[in-house]
Design a protein around this ligand. Structure first.
Ligand code: AMP
Length: 429
């Protein structure tokens, strides 16, 4: 199948060809036609499948064909969990929309709001936003969403996981009821299905990969290793394997910093990326990783969301995630858009329960390989070690919001936010 057969306009086809894409990915083949027909879509697609183009291309087409109002109200709203993902989506919109007369911008927290507000004042057709900053600006009366025609919830599972359910519900209240809704999620928990039922209207369901399974192009391996030898092992893998670009996941920000320092001491160009790093440091680390001046990027799960790094050859789980769905997200960073990749998990005995949960979720046993000199003590405890955040967060069912009567009648305000609602619920990451 070619992009021509999907019914996209010449302006979009020109931009796609400039990007070098020749064939639409499966998720694009399945999602673009129903979106162009104006239908609601519920898509199961993990990162790396080309899902962003799957919704941005048809949105650009619909909006470019629609009526142009001189004051340019926001007609498409894309909600996404993290700033990196938001910035990446905007970058894609700008590229795909290069030959169209549409304006787009992004808003997210952690940076000065003034430039964002100035952009909004000029009139914007497509807004990409993280829920927190959107609500802040709405509460200040700086944003109007009553002309939104298309709503996208991207990485909806992650938004729920980060505790954004209440924010999403508040945003829904100020959107016009008649609109097209698109929801993308890598995993489909009961909570996601419930959210979808509340927002989507007779959605067309499309799937790029089977539910909760990992991409076939990824070779997955588990190295059982003594906990205290993990740092030594990851350094050995990088140096002896002469790896040039490796994304390493840790469970905590502190763990990411510590490992980065050890790597730098061992002569590996490395940087950490996590919620405590300012936007400038995150952008710089990502740029260095992409241009090859950094060999290793050490990331927590939240920070890694939305990183667009094509053809990433290696992903290492320095620690297994305590939320099994995170494993699927993590390894989705490799084997992207058809390329082969390798995902290695360093597994210490205290992570036995995490490995069991991951294998249950993906429905397969991960192959184990011992590396001589690094094997764990066979008598080591298999109890999880408390690491600032315990297992209680693993099944992170979003809190059920209290009925918010203060907002019911108002179409212009989201009402007060609870102080605990910030962009990074898993504050340890
Ligand atoms: P995504 O899943 O949206 O994060 O996209 C993953 C990567 O695939 C990005 O680097 C895109 O630029 C790239 N991509 C998206 N669609 C295509 C396509 N049809 N052909 C080749 N690469 C693509």
């Amino acid at each position: 199948m070619s992009f021509n057969s999907l019914g996209l306009s010449d302006a979009l086809l020109k931009a796609i060809s400039k990007k070098g894409y020749t064939t639409p990915s499966p998720i694009q083949q399945k999602s673009i036609p129903p979106i162009l027909e104006g239908k609601d879509v519920l898509a199961s697609a993990q990162t790396g499948t080309g899902k962003t183009a799957g919704f941005t291309l048809p949105i650009l087409q619909i909006l470019s064909q629609g009526k142009h109002l001189s004051h340019r109200p926001i007609r498409a709203l894309i909600l996404t969990p993290t700033r990196e993902l938001a910035a990446q989506i905007l970058a894609n919109i700008k590229e795909y929309g290069e030959f169209l007369d549409l304006r787009s911008t992004v808003i997210f927290g952690g940076v000065n709001q003034k430039p964002q507000v100035a952009q909004l004042r000029q009139g914007i057709d497509i807004l990409v936003a993280t829920p927190g900053r959107l609500i802040d600006l709405q509460n200040q009366g700086l944003i109007t969403l009553n002309k939104v025609e298309i709503l996208v919830l991207d990485e909806a599972d992650r938004m729920l996981d980060m505790g954004f359910l209440r924010d999403i519900e508040r945003i829904m209240k100020v959107l016009p009821t008649k609109r097209q809704n698109l929801m993308f999620s890598a995993t489909f928990s009961k909570d996601i299905k419930k959210l979808a039922m509340g927002i989507l209207n007779h959605p067309v369901q499309v799937e790029a990969t089977p539910e909760n399974t990992t991409v076939d192009a990824i070779t997955q391996k588990v190295y059982p290793v003594a906990k205290e030898k993990k740092t030594e092992l990851v350094i050995k893998l990088i140096t002896e394997g002469n790896w040039k670009q490796i994304l390493v996941f840790t469970r905590t920000k502190q763990g990411a910093n510590k490992l980065t320092e050890s790597m730098i001491s061992a002569g590996i160009q490395a940087a950490a990326i996590h919620g405590n790093k300012g936007q400038g440091a995150r952008t710089k680390a990502l740029a260095g990783f992409k241009n090859g001046s950094l060999t290793a990027l050490v990331a927590t799960d939240i920070a890694a969301r939305g990183l667009d790094i094509p053809l990433l050859p290696h992903v290492v789980n320095f620690e297994l995630p305590n939320i099994p769905e995170d494993y699927v997200h993590r390894i989705g960073r490799t084997g992207r858009a058809g390329a082969n990749g390798e995902a290695i998990s360093l597994f210490s005995p205290d992570e036995t329960i995490f490995l069991r949960d991951i294998e249950k979720l993906i429905g397969m046993k991960l192959p184990k390989e011992n590396i001589k000199g690094f094997e764990p003590d066979p008598n080591a405890s298999t109890e999880p070690i408390k690491q600032g955040q315990g297992r209680q967060q693993r099944n992170s069912t979003p809190r059920k919001p209290k009925t918010d009567t203060t907002n019911r009648s108002s179409n212009n305000s989201f009402g007060p936010r609870r102080p605990s609602q910030n962009n990074d619920r898993r504050s340890n990451r």
